[in-house]
Design a protein around this ligand. Structure first.
Ligand code: ARG
Length: 293
């Protein structure tokens, strides 16, 4: 069940735009430590199944016409599959990550190396802790920025200065939703359209979200608890955990095409579709060139 504004008009026509994503295979994925409430090192992980589920997501993106680049997994970094945390890329400019937990420190350098060797000219190594797109979300007008569990509030100013976009700081209060991308998803980044779970945020942050996004799709507790908001939209298709069944109809009513994915093994590390997907946002010029070509 999802609370959503009554809509009498037909759904808006939606448009998918081609995206570039960076993903890292779960070749060395394990749950050997616990840095969020989803992680229980006593629960076995089926690594072969994790890989099949991840490949399914990668192949789905490619079938939808998106480009997926692959970052090599490193043996001592079992959380590296959650590629969203490794950097934030807007207009082709890269703000690297700096992780809160020692177990993940090494991932930041692996991502930076990838961007350096792939010709990204504008790369910033951050001063303050930020866990990439885990806590930064890009809408048409803003950079939404989570804090409370991982990314430092100081990283928000750093991101605003680097990207030159207004940053809206949002306080996360429920440890199950320790990254912004576990509680909020951008549905249409050409507009300011999002879905989110209000109870994951402090009262003040909830009120900010209500003011900035009055038409947002509001998720309920059960769908949020299945990480239903850990989703990726290309403007038309919304890939989300298949167990978040309550979100499918409201998405369809808005003209989106929800696509349920099973990433059950990756959920054991506290992540799903979005956590496994870093978006490489190109400069506007490059996008125009693709559209022209
Ligand atoms: N085990 C990882 C951690 O706790 C999961 C990260 C999930 N990624 C995300 N973008 N929310 O850091």
């Amino acid at each position: 069940m999802v609370r959503t504004a009554a809509r009498e008009e037909p759904p808006l026509p939606r448009d998918a735009s081609p995206r570039s994503y960076l993903m890292c295979p779960p070749e060395h994925f394990r749950v050997t430590y616990s840095i969020n409430p989803w992680m229980d090192p006593t629960k076995p992980v089926d690594q072969a199944l994790a890989l099949v589920q991840w490949e399914d997501l990668r192949d789905r993106y490619r079938a939808l016409g998106h480009t997926v680049s692959v970052l090599d997994a490193e043996p001592d970094l079992p959380d590296m599959v959650y590629a969203a945390n490794g950097a934030t890329v807007v207009d082709g400019r890269v703000l690297g990550a700096r992780f809160a937990h020692e177990e993940r420190y090494g991932e930041a350098e692996a991502h930076l190396d990838w961007f350096r060797s792939h010709g990204y000219p504008d790369i910033s190594e951050p001063v303050h802790i930020n866990e990439g797109e885990g806590d930064f979300a890009v809408t048409a007008s803003y950079l939404l920025a989570g804090r409370g569990f991982r990314s430092s509030p100081l990283s928000h100013g750093e991101a605003q200065e680097f990207f030159g976009r207004p940053v809206i700081g949002l306080d996360l209060v429920d440890p199950r939703f320790y990254h912004l991308d576990t509680a909020l998803c951008v549905l249409d980044d050409a507009a300011d359209e999002i879905m989110y779970y209000p109870d994951a945020f402090s009262p003040g942050s909830r009120s900010v979200l209500e003011q900035l996004f009055p038409g947002a799709l509001i998720a309920d507790g059960p769908d949020a608890a299945r990480l239903g908001l850990n989703a990726v939209s290309d403007g038309l298709h919304v890939l989300l955990p298949q167990a978040a069944t309550g979100l499918f109809e409201p998405l369809r009513e808005r003209g989106f095409e929800p696509i349920g994915m099973d990433l059950g093994e990756l959920l054991k590390g506290g992540g799903s579709v979005k956590c496994c997907t870093q978006e490489l946002r190109r400069p506007a010029r490059a996008v125009e060139a693709v559209a022209r070509g």
